[in-house]
Design a protein around this ligand. Structure first.
Ligand code: VAH
Length: 326
Protein backbone atom coordinates (compact mmCIF):
# COMPACT_ATOMS: atom_id res chain seq x y z
CA UNK A 1 0.00 0.00 0.00
CA UNK A 2 1.44 3.39 -0.98
CA UNK A 3 -1.44 5.77 -1.75
CA UNK A 4 -4.46 5.15 0.44
CA UNK A 5 -8.03 6.47 0.35
CA UNK A 6 -10.20 6.26 3.48
CA UNK A 7 -13.95 6.71 3.07
CA UNK A 8 -15.93 7.51 6.23
CA UNK A 9 -12.75 8.99 7.70
CA UNK A 10 -14.71 11.15 10.18
CA UNK A 11 -16.43 8.13 11.74
CA UNK A 12 -15.58 6.06 14.83
CA UNK A 13 -13.13 3.74 13.00
CA UNK A 14 -12.11 6.31 10.38
CA UNK A 15 -10.63 8.92 12.72
CA UNK A 16 -8.23 6.51 14.42
CA UNK A 17 -7.49 4.49 11.26
CA UNK A 18 -6.58 7.65 9.31
CA UNK A 19 -4.26 8.84 12.08
CA UNK A 20 -2.54 5.43 12.28
CA UNK A 21 -2.19 5.08 8.49
CA UNK A 22 -0.72 8.59 8.24
CA UNK A 23 1.80 7.83 10.99
CA UNK A 24 2.80 4.64 9.16
CA UNK A 25 2.68 5.63 5.47
CA UNK A 26 3.08 9.42 5.57
CA UNK A 27 0.25 11.94 5.97
CA UNK A 28 0.46 13.07 2.35
CA UNK A 29 -0.16 9.48 1.19
CA UNK A 30 -3.48 9.02 3.03
CA UNK A 31 -6.51 10.85 1.62
CA UNK A 32 -9.28 11.20 4.19
CA UNK A 33 -12.81 11.63 2.87
CA UNK A 34 -16.10 12.25 4.63
CA UNK A 35 -19.61 13.57 4.08
CA UNK A 36 -18.91 16.58 6.33
CA UNK A 37 -18.24 19.62 4.17
CA UNK A 38 -16.64 21.65 6.95
CA UNK A 39 -13.89 19.61 8.60
CA UNK A 40 -11.35 21.78 10.40
CA UNK A 41 -9.48 19.43 12.64
CA UNK A 42 -6.50 17.12 12.60
CA UNK A 43 -7.98 15.16 9.68
CA UNK A 44 -7.73 18.18 7.39
CA UNK A 45 -4.73 19.90 8.96
CA UNK A 46 -2.34 16.93 8.87
CA UNK A 47 -3.10 15.51 5.43
CA UNK A 48 -5.42 15.72 2.39
CA UNK A 49 -9.16 15.75 3.10
CA UNK A 50 -11.94 15.71 0.49
CA UNK A 51 -15.69 15.97 0.96
CA UNK A 52 -17.22 12.82 -0.52
CA UNK A 53 -20.63 11.18 -0.68
CA UNK A 54 -19.73 7.59 -1.61
CA UNK A 55 -22.90 7.40 -3.71
CA UNK A 56 -21.25 9.88 -6.11
CA UNK A 57 -19.21 7.53 -8.30
CA UNK A 58 -17.67 10.28 -10.45
CA UNK A 59 -16.46 12.23 -7.40
CA UNK A 60 -14.97 9.05 -5.94
CA UNK A 61 -13.35 8.21 -9.26
CA UNK A 62 -11.86 11.73 -9.50
CA UNK A 63 -10.27 11.46 -6.03
CA UNK A 64 -8.76 8.03 -6.84
CA UNK A 65 -7.33 9.45 -10.09
CA UNK A 66 -6.14 12.75 -8.57
CA UNK A 67 -4.26 10.99 -5.76
CA UNK A 68 -3.33 7.83 -7.71
CA UNK A 69 -4.75 5.66 -4.91
CA UNK A 70 -3.79 1.97 -4.84
CA UNK A 71 -5.79 1.01 -1.72
CA UNK A 72 -9.22 1.94 -0.39
CA UNK A 73 -10.37 1.45 3.23
CA UNK A 74 -14.13 1.72 2.70
CA UNK A 75 -15.68 2.64 6.05
CA UNK A 76 -18.58 4.88 4.99
CA UNK A 77 -21.78 3.21 6.18
CA UNK A 78 -24.88 3.70 8.32
CA UNK A 79 -24.70 1.60 11.49
CA UNK A 80 -27.30 -0.80 12.87
CA UNK A 81 -29.62 1.50 14.84
CA UNK A 82 -29.64 4.35 12.30
CA UNK A 83 -30.11 1.82 9.49
CA UNK A 84 -33.25 0.44 11.16
CA UNK A 85 -34.64 3.97 11.36
CA UNK A 86 -33.74 4.77 7.72
CA UNK A 87 -33.58 1.39 5.88
CA UNK A 88 -33.83 2.73 2.30
CA UNK A 89 -31.15 5.38 2.88
CA UNK A 90 -28.97 2.78 4.61
CA UNK A 91 -29.33 0.40 1.64
CA UNK A 92 -28.46 3.28 -0.73
CA UNK A 93 -25.36 4.37 1.21
CA UNK A 94 -24.13 0.93 2.31
CA UNK A 95 -24.69 -0.89 -1.01
CA UNK A 96 -24.44 1.74 -3.75
CA UNK A 97 -21.43 3.20 -1.93
CA UNK A 98 -19.76 -0.22 -1.87
CA UNK A 99 -20.50 -1.07 -5.51
CA UNK A 100 -19.01 2.31 -6.52
CA UNK A 101 -15.85 1.52 -4.53
CA UNK A 102 -15.58 -1.97 -6.04
CA UNK A 103 -16.15 -0.75 -9.62
CA UNK A 104 -13.51 1.97 -9.22
CA UNK A 105 -11.15 -0.52 -7.55
CA UNK A 106 -11.68 -2.80 -10.56
CA UNK A 107 -10.86 -0.10 -13.12
CA UNK A 108 -7.96 1.40 -11.14
CA UNK A 109 -6.56 -1.87 -9.71
CA UNK A 110 -7.01 -0.80 -6.08
CA UNK A 111 -7.06 -3.15 -3.09
CA UNK A 112 -10.18 -2.78 -0.94
CA UNK A 113 -10.76 -3.19 2.82
CA UNK A 114 -14.40 -3.77 3.79
CA UNK A 115 -15.56 -3.83 7.44
CA UNK A 116 -18.20 -6.46 8.04
CA UNK A 117 -19.64 -7.06 11.50
CA UNK A 118 -21.15 -9.50 13.98
CA UNK A 119 -24.27 -7.87 12.59
CA UNK A 120 -23.82 -10.11 9.51
CA UNK A 121 -25.13 -12.99 11.65
CA UNK A 122 -28.70 -13.58 12.83
CA UNK A 123 -30.58 -15.44 15.61
CA UNK A 124 -30.31 -18.79 13.77
CA UNK A 125 -26.51 -18.55 13.74
CA UNK A 126 -24.72 -20.50 16.52
CA UNK A 127 -24.33 -17.82 19.23
CA UNK A 128 -21.23 -19.17 20.99
CA UNK A 129 -17.95 -19.90 19.22
CA UNK A 130 -19.70 -18.71 16.05
CA UNK A 131 -17.87 -20.53 13.22
CA UNK A 132 -16.03 -18.70 10.45
CA UNK A 133 -18.27 -20.45 7.89
CA UNK A 134 -21.87 -20.70 9.08
CA UNK A 135 -25.50 -19.71 8.53
CA UNK A 136 -26.03 -15.97 7.96
CA UNK A 137 -29.68 -14.81 8.12
CA UNK A 138 -29.44 -11.35 9.75
CA UNK A 139 -32.75 -9.73 10.71
CA UNK A 140 -31.53 -6.11 10.44
CA UNK A 141 -31.11 -4.00 7.32
CA UNK A 142 -27.57 -3.25 8.50
CA UNK A 143 -26.82 -6.98 8.75
CA UNK A 144 -28.31 -7.60 5.29
CA UNK A 145 -25.99 -4.93 3.84
CA UNK A 146 -23.03 -6.54 5.64
CA UNK A 147 -23.74 -10.06 4.30
CA UNK A 148 -24.38 -8.59 0.84
CA UNK A 149 -21.13 -6.65 1.13
CA UNK A 150 -19.17 -9.77 2.03
CA UNK A 151 -20.65 -11.57 -1.01
CA UNK A 152 -20.02 -8.60 -3.35
CA UNK A 153 -16.38 -8.40 -2.24
CA UNK A 154 -15.97 -12.14 -2.85
CA UNK A 155 -17.56 -11.72 -6.29
CA UNK A 156 -15.19 -8.88 -7.30
CA UNK A 157 -12.23 -10.99 -6.20
CA UNK A 158 -13.27 -14.17 -8.03
CA UNK A 159 -14.72 -12.48 -11.15
CA UNK A 160 -12.32 -9.56 -11.64
CA UNK A 161 -9.29 -10.31 -9.41
CA UNK A 162 -9.87 -7.23 -7.21
CA UNK A 163 -7.81 -7.67 -4.02
CA UNK A 164 -10.71 -7.41 -1.57
CA UNK A 165 -10.22 -8.16 2.13
CA UNK A 166 -12.41 -7.66 5.20
CA UNK A 167 -13.14 -8.37 8.85
CA UNK A 168 -16.26 -9.13 10.88
CA UNK A 169 -15.76 -6.61 13.66
CA UNK A 170 -17.39 -6.94 17.09
CA UNK A 171 -18.49 -3.82 18.99
CA UNK A 172 -15.64 -1.30 18.89
CA UNK A 173 -14.55 0.92 21.77
CA UNK A 174 -12.55 4.08 21.06
CA UNK A 175 -11.35 7.00 23.17
CA UNK A 176 -10.71 9.17 20.11
CA UNK A 177 -14.05 9.26 18.31
CA UNK A 178 -17.60 8.70 19.51
CA UNK A 179 -19.69 5.99 17.83
CA UNK A 180 -22.52 7.01 15.54
CA UNK A 181 -25.78 5.12 15.93
CA UNK A 182 -24.74 1.60 16.79
CA UNK A 183 -26.18 -1.01 19.13
CA UNK A 184 -22.86 -1.38 20.95
CA UNK A 185 -22.47 2.36 21.58
CA UNK A 186 -23.30 1.80 25.28
CA UNK A 187 -19.79 0.36 25.72
CA UNK A 188 -18.34 3.79 24.85
CA UNK A 189 -21.01 6.08 26.34
CA UNK A 190 -20.63 4.38 29.75
CA UNK A 191 -17.06 5.67 30.14
CA UNK A 192 -17.93 9.31 29.50
CA UNK A 193 -20.92 9.03 31.88
CA UNK A 194 -18.77 7.37 34.55
CA UNK A 195 -16.22 10.19 34.45
CA UNK A 196 -18.69 13.08 34.13
CA UNK A 197 -21.68 11.87 36.21
CA UNK A 198 -20.48 8.77 38.10
CA UNK A 199 -23.68 7.15 36.79
CA UNK A 200 -24.84 5.58 33.50
CA UNK A 201 -28.33 4.50 32.43
CA UNK A 202 -27.73 1.61 30.03
CA UNK A 203 -30.06 0.97 27.06
CA UNK A 204 -29.28 -2.77 26.95
CA UNK A 205 -30.21 -5.44 29.51
CA UNK A 206 -27.55 -6.09 32.15
CA UNK A 207 -26.91 -9.65 30.92
CA UNK A 208 -26.55 -8.86 27.17
CA UNK A 209 -23.28 -10.56 26.24
CA UNK A 210 -21.56 -9.32 23.06
CA UNK A 211 -18.12 -9.56 21.48
CA UNK A 212 -16.10 -6.34 21.81
CA UNK A 213 -12.69 -4.95 20.85
CA UNK A 214 -10.55 -1.92 21.68
CA UNK A 215 -10.14 0.35 18.66
CA UNK A 216 -6.35 0.14 18.55
CA UNK A 217 -6.67 -3.65 18.08
CA UNK A 218 -9.30 -3.10 15.37
CA UNK A 219 -7.04 -0.69 13.48
CA UNK A 220 -3.99 -2.96 13.82
CA UNK A 221 -6.06 -5.90 12.51
CA UNK A 222 -7.21 -4.00 9.40
CA UNK A 223 -3.65 -2.93 8.53
CA UNK A 224 -2.17 -6.37 9.28
CA UNK A 225 -4.79 -8.03 7.06
CA UNK A 226 -4.16 -5.60 4.18
CA UNK A 227 -0.41 -6.22 4.44
CA UNK A 228 -0.77 -10.02 4.68
CA UNK A 229 0.39 -12.39 1.93
CA UNK A 230 -2.65 -12.81 -0.33
CA UNK A 231 -1.72 -16.46 -0.96
CA UNK A 232 -2.33 -17.24 2.73
CA UNK A 233 -5.89 -15.91 2.76
CA UNK A 234 -8.65 -18.51 2.41
CA UNK A 235 -11.39 -16.31 3.93
CA UNK A 236 -10.58 -12.99 2.32
CA UNK A 237 -13.62 -10.88 3.09
CA UNK A 238 -15.07 -11.69 6.39
CA UNK A 239 -12.67 -12.91 9.01
CA UNK A 240 -14.27 -13.32 12.43
CA UNK A 241 -12.14 -11.41 14.92
CA UNK A 242 -12.76 -10.66 18.58
CA UNK A 243 -10.82 -9.63 21.68
CA UNK A 244 -13.27 -9.93 24.57
CA UNK A 245 -16.89 -10.79 25.26
CA UNK A 246 -18.78 -9.13 28.11
CA UNK A 247 -22.14 -7.92 29.42
CA UNK A 248 -23.00 -4.37 30.52
CA UNK A 249 -22.94 -5.50 34.17
CA UNK A 250 -19.45 -7.03 33.72
CA UNK A 251 -18.20 -3.85 32.07
CA UNK A 252 -19.72 -1.73 34.87
CA UNK A 253 -18.06 -3.94 37.52
CA UNK A 254 -14.66 -3.49 35.82
CA UNK A 255 -15.14 0.30 35.74
CA UNK A 256 -16.11 0.25 39.45
CA UNK A 257 -12.72 -1.30 40.24
CA UNK A 258 -11.23 2.04 39.09
CA UNK A 259 -14.18 4.31 40.06
CA UNK A 260 -15.81 2.79 43.20
CA UNK A 261 -18.57 5.44 43.31
CA UNK A 262 -19.75 4.66 39.78
CA UNK A 263 -23.32 3.31 39.56
CA UNK A 264 -25.34 1.93 36.66
CA UNK A 265 -29.07 1.57 35.98
CA UNK A 266 -30.91 -0.07 33.06
CA UNK A 267 -33.62 1.50 30.86
CA UNK A 268 -33.83 -1.08 28.09
CA UNK A 269 -34.50 0.24 24.57
CA UNK A 270 -36.52 -2.52 22.87
CA UNK A 271 -35.21 -1.65 19.38
CA UNK A 272 -31.55 -1.87 20.32
CA UNK A 273 -32.15 -4.84 22.63
CA UNK A 274 -33.80 -6.77 19.78
CA UNK A 275 -30.82 -6.04 17.52
CA UNK A 276 -28.31 -7.12 20.19
CA UNK A 277 -30.30 -10.30 20.94
CA UNK A 278 -30.05 -11.30 17.25
CA UNK A 279 -26.24 -11.18 17.28
CA UNK A 280 -23.80 -13.89 18.45
CA UNK A 281 -22.30 -13.77 21.96
CA UNK A 282 -18.78 -14.86 21.04
CA UNK A 283 -17.15 -15.65 17.68
CA UNK A 284 -14.50 -18.25 16.87
CA UNK A 285 -11.62 -16.27 15.32
CA UNK A 286 -9.17 -19.14 14.75
CA UNK A 287 -9.20 -18.66 10.95
CA UNK A 288 -7.84 -15.11 11.35
CA UNK A 289 -5.18 -16.35 13.81
CA UNK A 290 -4.13 -19.17 11.44
CA UNK A 291 -4.23 -17.31 8.11
CA UNK A 292 -2.67 -13.93 8.98
CA UNK A 293 -1.60 -14.03 12.63
CA UNK A 294 -4.44 -12.13 14.32
CA UNK A 295 -3.90 -11.61 18.06
CA UNK A 296 -5.65 -9.04 20.26
CA UNK A 297 -3.53 -6.95 22.64
CA UNK A 298 -6.27 -5.55 24.90
CA UNK A 299 -8.52 -7.54 27.23
CA UNK A 300 -11.35 -6.08 29.35
CA UNK A 301 -9.11 -4.94 32.22
CA UNK A 302 -6.51 -3.30 29.98
CA UNK A 303 -9.17 -1.62 27.82
CA UNK A 304 -11.07 -0.16 30.82
CA UNK A 305 -7.85 1.16 32.37
CA UNK A 306 -6.73 2.85 29.14
CA UNK A 307 -10.19 4.25 28.30
CA UNK A 308 -10.55 5.88 31.73
CA UNK A 309 -7.01 7.29 31.61
CA UNK A 310 -7.34 8.69 28.07
CA UNK A 311 -10.82 10.18 28.55
CA UNK A 312 -9.82 11.75 31.87
CA UNK A 313 -6.87 13.44 30.17
CA UNK A 314 -8.96 14.70 27.24
CA UNK A 315 -11.74 15.96 29.54
CA UNK A 316 -9.16 17.85 31.64
CA UNK A 317 -7.70 19.32 28.45
CA UNK A 318 -11.18 20.51 27.37
CA UNK A 319 -11.76 22.05 30.82
CA UNK A 320 -8.35 23.73 30.62
CA UNK A 321 -9.10 25.13 27.17
CA UNK A 322 -12.52 26.40 28.35
CA UNK A 323 -10.86 28.06 31.35
CA UNK A 324 -8.30 29.78 29.11
CA UNK A 325 -11.04 30.88 26.70
CA UNK A 326 -13.02 32.69 29.45
C1 VAH B 1 -23.20 -1.25 15.56
N1 VAH B 1 -20.98 -0.63 16.34
O1 VAH B 1 -23.50 -1.37 16.76
C2 VAH B 1 -21.70 -1.24 15.22
C3 VAH B 1 -21.17 -2.63 15.00
C4 VAH B 1 -20.95 -4.94 15.95
C5 VAH B 1 -21.57 -3.60 16.10
O2 VAH B 1 -21.47 -3.13 13.76
O3 VAH B 1 -24.02 -1.14 14.68
Amino acid sequence: MKKILVTGATGQIGVELTQTLRDKYGAENVVATGHDRQQTNELTQVGPYCHLDVRDASALNQIVEDYQCDSIFHLASLLSVVAEAKPLEAWDINMNGLINVLEIARTHRCAVFFPSSIGAFGPETPGFDTPQDTLQRPKTLYGITKVSGELLCDYYYHRYGVDTRGLRYPGLISNKALPGGGTTDYAVDIFYAAIKNQHYDCFLRADTQLDMMYMSDAIAAAIKLMEADSACLKHRNAFNITAMSFTPEQLAAEIQKQLPDFTVSYSVDPVRQAIADSWPRHMDDNAARAEWGWQAQYDLTAMVKDMLEQITVSEQRIKGDDHVAR
